[in-house]
Design a protein around this ligand. Structure first.
Ligand SMILES: Nc1ncnc2c1ncn2[C@@H]1O[C@H](COP(=O)(O)OP(=O)(O)O)[C@@H](O)[C@H]1O
Ligand SMILES: [Mg+2]
Length: 405
């Protein structure tokens, strides 16, 4: 459920600790605070990279021992890019985002924001959150329940370093509300807003200071499925229209693929692949990425020749990545939309299978086909007339297989 903020930091940064953190007793003040550096901002030589992360490491020490939340993150986000951090719960997405925000202090590595060193552990540099040109949207929204929409959005313009003269506030707030299509709701109490509207207020508040960088941590996960999809499209439009550079965190692979110009798949404190969405989908760099992004069929086998793998489906001629030697065990992977199923005489050279289930979804139909004891999921056009119990010919094009060690 959506929770409401109950704390504001002295420096005017909004934070909500009641949601989105796994340790509800955790307080920001519990983090050991390294010595503050008063070093002036260092100019970097880099070009259009707005966020530059190098060798970022972060660990948490607790009574249960040390948790290595980030184990060497390298990432460049260029100007106006929409970059998504995607990965399962606990892989370090939020910690990465919080480091960029300055809410978490890394234990190693460097971080530059808009060409300025914001963090360097080696050089003892730490630029506090309020001096970083960022807007933030959290899963919890952190909307102030005792304020109306206008005052919630105006908050960063009244407090903190983005303070502006009073007579300019209304114009900025109206522009931000228009951006998220909430114009006209200025006087509405925050408690009378739907989840979707609260989400928009949080967006407007993050954008009202016109930051160079927008950080978003699972901002849509409290919305129901339909609204989430709608907001996804809108979010992309808004960020593109404004031209803000965005670092966006989600565990939802569909969200990552649809929103990102670039997707970083994370696992256990590391980034496993950084690529445009279509590439992550078409060429997963590892078995984990293949498992995490999209539907995939997996078949165990072992290499029997330079480009040959033996598995329960038979001997397949496939391109085996260099570095995997003969007789090594491998996992083969193929997407359901690449499993071609036809009437029994459809593919003379293909395999023969038995259709064991059919899930009709309108535009598509998902079929389970059993071949030599292996069940493969196939995605066919919705009008396919193949039926359960039918023998079918199955074609598994060699170039569609992925081979993982
Ligand atoms: N304040 C903290 N204290 C102790 N452990 C933490 C703290 N914050 C995060 N962690 C741990 O660091 C790891 C990464 O967490 P997080 O970045 O929140 O993951 P994600 O956002 O991908 O779900 C997890 O194992 C989490 O339990
Ligand atoms: Mg998280």
């Amino acid at each position: 459920m959506v929770s409401l903020a109950r704390e504001v930091k002295k420096n005017g940064v909004l934070e909500c600790w009641s949601n989105g953190r796994r340790d509800p007793t955790f307080q920001y003040s519990d983090i050991p605070v390294p010595h503050y550096s008063s070093t002036p901002l260092l100019q970097s030589s880099r070009g259009c990279s707005l966020i530059s992360i190098r060798g970022l490491r972060k660990w948490f020490d607790s009574r249960r021992g040390r948790v290595e939340a980030l184990r060497g993150i390298d990432l460049e986000v260029t100007e106006k890019e929409f970059c998504v951090l995607l990965g399962p719960s606990g892989c370090g997405k939020t910690t990465t985002l919080r480091c960029v925000a300055g809410l978490e202090r890394p234990d190693a590595g460097e971080l530059e924001i808009a060409g300025t060193v914001a963090n360097s552990v080696a050089r003892g540099i730490y630029v506090p959150t309020e001096k970083r040109d960022i807007g933030m949207v959290f899963q919890s929204y952190a909307i102030w329940p005792h304020m109306n929409v206008f005052n919630n959005v105006a908050f960063p313009l009244i407090k903190g370093r983005h303070r502006i003269p009073k007579d300019q506030i209304a114009e900025k707030v109206r522009a931000a509300l228009k951006l998220v299509q909430l114009d006209g709701l200025e006087d509405r109490p925050a408690t009378d807003l739907s989840g979707g509207q609260q989400q928009r207020v949080a967006m407007a508040r993050a954008m009202v200071t016109e930051p160079k960088i927008l950080l978003m941590d699972e901002p849509l996960s409290n919305l129901d499925a339909r609204l989430r999809e709608q907001m996804r499209v809108e979010l992309k439009k808004i960020t593109k229209a404004v031209g803000v550079t965005t670092l966006y965190v989600t565990h939802d692979q569909a969200e990552a693929l649809s929103l990102g110009d670039k997707v970083c798949v994370m696992h256990d404190g590391e980034i496993l692949q950084i690529a445009p969405p279509h590439e992550v989908y078409a060429r997963p760099a590892s078995l984990f990425v293949a498992q995490f992004v999209g539907e995939m069929n997996f078949v165990k086998g072992h290499v029997t020749g330079p480009s040959q793998v033996e598995c329960p489906l038979g001997k397949l001629s496939l391109s085996v990545p260099t570095g995997i030697s003969v007789s090594s065990p491998v996992t083969l992977a193929i997407r359901p939309e690449h499993v071609k199923v036809n009437a029994a005489d459809g593919f003379p050279s293909g395999l023969s299978g038995n259709i064991t289930s059919k899930n009709y979804l309108g535009d598509t139909a998902l079929l389970e086909v059993e071949i030599n004891g292996v069940t493969l999921l196939a995605k066919l056009a919705g009008d396919s007339e193949l039926a359960v119990g039918q023998q079918a010919a199955v074609d598994l094009p060699a170039h569609r297989w992925h081979v993982f060690p």
